[in-house]
Design a binder for this molecule. Structure first.
Ligand code: AP5
Length: 232
């Protein structure tokens, strides 16, 4: 795969050969959003977070938001049909023409098959699937202290990645909030569902998997991910 790091490439100069399509896999709290944000900055491609898209739909009170709201608050997966429609519409938008990073999608075998079908019909393929490995004991602590921007969705942590000014996003100055599903009982439910529905995708994508130990310094994890992507 031809991938150029941000440092070696002018923004917007990506040609037809160096498009990058990545999937971020890993349990809730493993750092898919955190690392996805950094990858998006480096490769100048959008981060498409299915969770952020659904939360925005709930806030806006759209039909999708009304269908998804109860699932999100219980930490359950929204039905495949709903999320597949939402994501395939998003994938056709103009900013996806040079690639993207999928965070939180696909999450079931049905969704992975639907994504595969979409890519095939459009003559495209994934370049790599980044699988972040973090133990359950670490995940609960991460999620219960996570704070997220209400406007741009930037992710913080009260200890590991605090904002410069408490409760205010460094990037856009909007208020930070705690997600409804970041409560201990809901987190447990999300972890159980991850193991049942999403972990089997590790095997599904085994030919293109990049396994990364997701515990430790976030910048070091990021550099490891980039070097493995660029070797692919
Ligand atoms: P979604 O928003 O996708 O949540 P998730 O997959 O549970 O993942 P998270 O966002 O919780 O974690 P993350 O891995 O991105 O970690 P983060 O970088 O934030 O989905 C929410 C809900 O939407 C689902 O439950 C479901 O209802 C619905 N949904 C979404 N997609 C769906 C789909 N495809 N099908 C059906 N339903 C769907 O990091 C977490 C915290 O850890 C942060 O505070 C961060 O600062 C901190 N952190 C990150 N890295 C480190 C590190 N190295 N060391 C210490 N702390 C760290």
């Amino acid at each position: 795969m031809k991938v150029f790091s941000g440092a070696r490439r002018e923004a917007g100069s990506r040609g037809g050969e160096d498009k990058v399509r990545l999937v971020m896999l890993g349990p809730p709290g493993s750092g898919k959003g955190t690392q996805g944000e950094k990858l998006s900055d480096r490769y100048k491609i959008p981060l498409l977070s299915s969770g952020d898209i659904l939360r925005a739909a709930v806030r806006a009170g759209t039909e999708v938001g009304k269908k998804a709201e109860a699932y999100l608050s219980r930490g359950e997966l929204v039905p495949d049909g709903v999320i597949v429609d939402v994501m395939t519409v998003r994938l056709k938008e103009a900013d996806c023409k040079n690639g993207y990073i999928l965070d939180g999608f696909p999450r079931t075998a049905g969704q992975a098959n639907a994504l595969g079908g979409f890519l095939k019909n459009n003559g495209l393929k994934l370049d790599a699937v980044v699988n972040l490995i973090v133990a359950d004991s670490e995940l609960v602590g991460r999620l219960s202290a996570r704070r997220q921007c209400s406007k741009c969705s930037a992710v913080y942590h009260l200890q590991f990645r605090p904002s410069a000014k408490q409760g205010v996003c460094d990037k856009c100055g909007s208020a930070l909030y705690q997600r409804d599903d970041d409560k201990e009982e809901t987190i447990k439910n999300r972890l159980t569902l991850y193991k049942k529905e999403t972990a089997p995708l590790i095997d599904y994508y085994k030919g293109m998997l990049i396994n990364i130990e997701g515990k430790g310094n976030g910048s070091e994890i990021f550099e490891r991910i980039c070097s493995l992507i660029e070797r692919k």
